[in-house]
Design a binder for this molecule. Structure first.
Ligand code: ADP
Ligand code: ADP
Ligand code: ZN
Length: 215
């Protein structure tokens, strides 16, 4: 198994699982959300252009994210790619199919992480990440250690996303159901859709993914 897509609504646990696969299976995580936030932090023209759209919870244009992915695919990945938060529209999925076939690569599995809306609201509103290494935390289910130091890197820099608020999340969920959920049927028809219960614990979800990947 090599290249996989983690498909699921905001807060489904994609980033949490992707980090584990990066650490243990030498896979490369391609998160368009992270790339767009990096562009914003770096103050690039593109970053400035997408800031307001992201804060509101709307999707940025296909052209922008396809360009970002195209660039990263060139670098290759020994252990395979994890597409996290991409593709999010049918045109993005078609573009990815073309990019992969041009490079003689294929998709091995599309893993749909199913989580209901109520749990997503709780997850997103309690989410924070380490400003240094990106470790993902949650106020209730995975709080920062008492010491205030990241379990992974020791940093004390807690980051919260400006779009992790109730109003933006509502828009993000609408965008997901309207524009991204059609990908479930798209990949089912292609024969590589796998589904898992994203409400299970982080460890259980991790095991389901390992099982799907045959490792
Ligand atoms: P989450 O992890 O909560 O699903 P992401 O970090 O993936 O959120 O995305 C944050 C925001 O970045 C999205 O709301 C959207 O504005 C933008 N974005 C990320 N990936 C894409 C994409 N593939 N297509 C369009 N917009 C995207
Ligand atoms: P996504 O990348 O899909 O937007 P994240 O991986 O950032 O989602 O997870 C969103 C929030 O939910 C984080 O605070 C994370 O700690 C928490 N979380 C992730 N997976 C689980 C799980 N299986 N059970 C409970 N909480 C989880
Ligand atoms: Zn850290």
């Amino acid at each position: 198994m090599r290249n996989i897509i983690l498909l699921g609504p905001p807060g489904a646990g994609k980033g949490t699982q992707a980090r584990y696969l990066v650490d243990t299976k030498q896979m490369v995580q391609l998160s368009t959300g992270d790339m767009l936030r990096d562009a914003q932090a770096a103050g690039t023209e593109m970053g400035k252009k997408v800031a307001a759209i992201m804060a509101e919870g709307k999707l940025v244009t296909d052209q922008i994210v396809i360009g970002l992915i195209r660039e990263k695919l060139q670098d290759g990945a020994e252990g395979g790619f994890i597409f996290d938060g991409f593709p999010r529209t049918l045109p993005q999925a078609d573009a990815l199919a073309k990019l992969l076939s041009d490079m003689d690569m294929k998709l091995d599995a599309v893993i749909e992480m199913q989580v209901d809306d109520e749990a997503l609201v709780a997850r997103v509103s309690g989410r924070s990440t380490c400003g240094q290494c990106g470790e993902v935390y949650h106020d209730e289910t995975k709080p920062w250690p008492e010491s205030g130091e990241c379990i992974n890197c020791g940093s004390t820099q807690v980051k919260r996303r400006p779009d992790d608020n109730a109003e933006s999340l509502k828009t993000r969920l609408n965008e997901y159901y309207k524009k991204t959920s059609p990908l479930i049927g798209y990949y089912y028809a292609k024969g590589n859709l796998q589904r898992l219960d994203g409400l299970a614990s982080i460890d259980e979800v991790r095991e389901s993914i390992s099982w799907i990947m045959g490792t």
